[in-house]
Design a protein around this ligand. Structure first.
Ligand code: SAM
Length: 219
């Protein structure tokens, strides 16, 4: 049986990749990725030429099965996602879970992840935090946000640009002047980290573009 390597790739800046990640990408038989065009940019930057297979959360089950068959046949596969660490709030989880279920060895190649990058610069206590990824759009959303009122650990969320203003509004309704941190476009040209009460952040967040991590400080 081959190995499945979960290879962390940059969340923006192409230099944020480890030597080991590059070596693994060069050594495996194939690379399973979200979007081939996106991954090709990274591979071209590091002069890596490798067969790419796009898996996707919504791809036919047969694609995941095909990759499992390749692993069983002895091929080593690296899984990468469009950004960061595979399996952290992204479609990579489906293949990883299936590989574990089938007894395939899964080897992590650690590196960037937006949750950790944001926490490391946030300036809030990080000894205990909960990561909730993307909040559900409807079911349970209100109840989860209400629960932040009494949460004694730092809370980390992912949010898309389409919904960031809505999320900040919802946080304000519940948390009033609680301190939050909004980290936008980390490691990229327009990186911005805004710290303050929810209303201060709402006021200072002028550009609603790019990718966001939202951190809510504990009660
Ligand atoms: N697996 C990735 C990781 O390890 O961070 C996360 C994938 S998830 C589909 C994408 C979300 O991560 C974005 O919507 C955003 O919330 C966050 N994200 C990714 N890159 C980011 C960046 N450069 N700056 C801020 N947030 C980022």
């Amino acid at each position: 049986m081959g190995n499945l390597y979960t290879v962390a790739t940059p969340i923006g800046n192409l230099e944020d990749i480890t030597f080991r990640a590059i070596n693994i990408l060069k050594e495996v038989n194939l690379i399973a990725c979200e979007d081939t065009r996106h991954t090709l940019k990274l591979l071209n930057h590091y002069d890596i030429s490798k067969p790419l297979i796009s898996y996707h959360q919504h791809s036919k089950v047969s694609k995941i099965d095909h990759l499992i068959e390749e692993l069983k046949a002895g091929k080593d596969i690296a899984i990468v996602t469009d950004a960061g660490t595979p399996g952290i709030s992204d479609p990579g989880q489906v293949l990883i879970s299936k590989a574990v279920e089938k007894g395939i060895r899964v080897i992590p190649i650690p590196g960037p992840s937006a949750v950790i990058a944001a926490l490391s610069a946030a300036g809030v206590p990080t000894d205990a935090f909960i990561f909730l990824g993307f909040l559900p759009l409807k079911k349970g959303r209100k109840r989860i946000i209400e629960s932040f009122k009494d949460e004694k650990r730092t809370i980390v969320l992912y949010e898309s640009p389409h919904r960031i203003e809505k999320l900040l509004g919802e946080l304000k309704d519940v948390l009033e002047d609680r301190k939050i941190v909004v980290a936008r476009e980390l490691t990229k040209m327009f990186e911005e980290i805004i710290r303050g009460t929810v209303s201060e952040v709402q006021e200072r967040l002028k550009i609603i573009k790019g990718e966001f991590v939202v951190i809510v400080s504990a009660k």
